[in-house]
Design a protein around this ligand. Structure first.
Ligand code: CDP
Length: 238
C-alpha cells in the first residue's frame, strides 16, 4: 500500500493525498455518494471499492488504445495512484442519447439518439453555481483553457466515446452519457478524474433499466448491486 501524506482535496466521493513522490497522488474512493450538487448524500457500502476497480479497468482500456490518462496503478481495494495534474475547471459531457438535464434545459424528448456524432457540452465546475453550461468562448475569455486545449478535449473525448461505446455495447449495455475531466501534465492535456457509474448513465440493452447513479438520484435502490452487474458484464474483476 502506498503511504498517504497530506490531504490535498476532499471531493464528494474521493479524497486526494500527496505521496512521497512529488508528482504522484493517491486517489481514495470513498463510499460516500452524492447527487444534485451535494444536496442528497448517503454512504453506500462497497461503492468506493467497486468504483476504484471500475475506473482502473476503464482507464487501462483507454491507455491500451493510446488515450493518455493520469492513472498509474491500483494500489489497494479503494485506492489508486495517479499523476498529479493541473486540472482545467471544466467538465466535458458527452451524450449518445438525450436524457437528464439536456431534456429539462431544451425541452427535447427523452431518448433521441445522436448517431452521426455524439453531443458534446462544456460545464463550469462550480457546485455553488450548479455547474452552469458554458461554451468555447467562455473558456477562452476567462482563461479556463486555451483554444488548442478546447480542440484537444473534444478530439480526445470523441476518441474515448468510440472505444467505450464498443465495450459497453459488446457487454449488452448502452453508454448513454458521461462526464470526463482533463488536466495538464508535462505540457500536454491528459484525461484525469475518474470514469465510474457515478459519472455516467448506463442502460441495459434489453430491458432499458438504469444501472448507474440514476438509481441513487431516483431512489430506485440496489445502487452498488447495479454497479456490480455492469462491472461483471464488462469483465471488471471485483
Ligand atoms: O445528471 P444530471 O441530469 O443533473 O446532468 P446531465 O447533464 O444530464 O449529466 C450528463 C452525464 O454527466 C450524466 O451521466 C451525469 O452522471 C454526468 N455528470 C457528472 O458525472 N457530474 C456532473 N457534475 C455533471 C454530469
Amino acid at each position: 500500500m502506498t503511504e498517504k501524506q497530506n490531504l490535498i482535496s476532499e471531493g464528494k466521493a474521493k479524497s486526494l493525498f500527496e505521496t512521497s513522490i512529488a508528482n504522484e497522488l493517491l486517489m481514495v474512493y470513498r463510499d460516500d455518494t452524492s447527487a444534485f450538487d451535494g444536496k442528497k448524500k448517503e454512504a453506500l457500502s462497497g461503492k468506493g471499492s467497486i468504483n476504484n476497480k471500475f475506473n482502473a479497468f476503464i482507464m487501462s482500456h483507454l491507455q491500451r488504445n493510446g488515450v493518455e490518462t493520469h492513472f498509474l496503478k491500483q494500489t489497494s481495494d479503494n485506492e489508486s495512484l495517479v499523476k498529479r495534474l493541473d486540472m482545467l475547471p471544466v467538465e466535458c459531457v458527452v451524450r449518445n442519447i438525450a436524457t437528464g438535464s439536456l431534456c429539462r434545459r431544451l425541452g427535447v424528448k427523452e431518448g433521441i439518439k445522436f448517431e452521426e456524432q455524439p453531443l458534446f457540452e462544456f460545464f463550469l465546475k462550480d457546485d455553488d453555481l450548479g455547474d452552469p453550461l458554458i461554451n468555447d468562448n467562455h473558456i477562452i475569455a476567462f482563461k479556463w483553457g486555451t483554444a488548442d486545449e478546447i480542440e484537444q478535449m473534444k478530439k480526445i473525448t470523441f476518441e474515448i466515446n468510440k472505444y467505450l461505446c464498443k465495450i459497453f455495447d459488446d457487454a449488452g449495455l448502452i453508454l448513454v452519457d458521461y462526464k470526463v475531466e482533463y488536466g495538464r501534465y508535462d505540457g500536454k492535456l491528459i484525461l484525469g478524474d475518474e470514469f465510474t457509474p457515478d459519472g455516467c448513465r448506463i442502460w441495459d440493452k434489453e430491458t432499458g433499466e438504469s444501472l448507474d447513479k440514476d438509481r441513487f438520484r431516483k431512489d430506485l435502490g440496489d445502487v452498488v448491486e447495479s454497479y456490480q452487474i455492469v462491472a461483471h458484464k464488462l469483465g471488471v474483476k471485483v
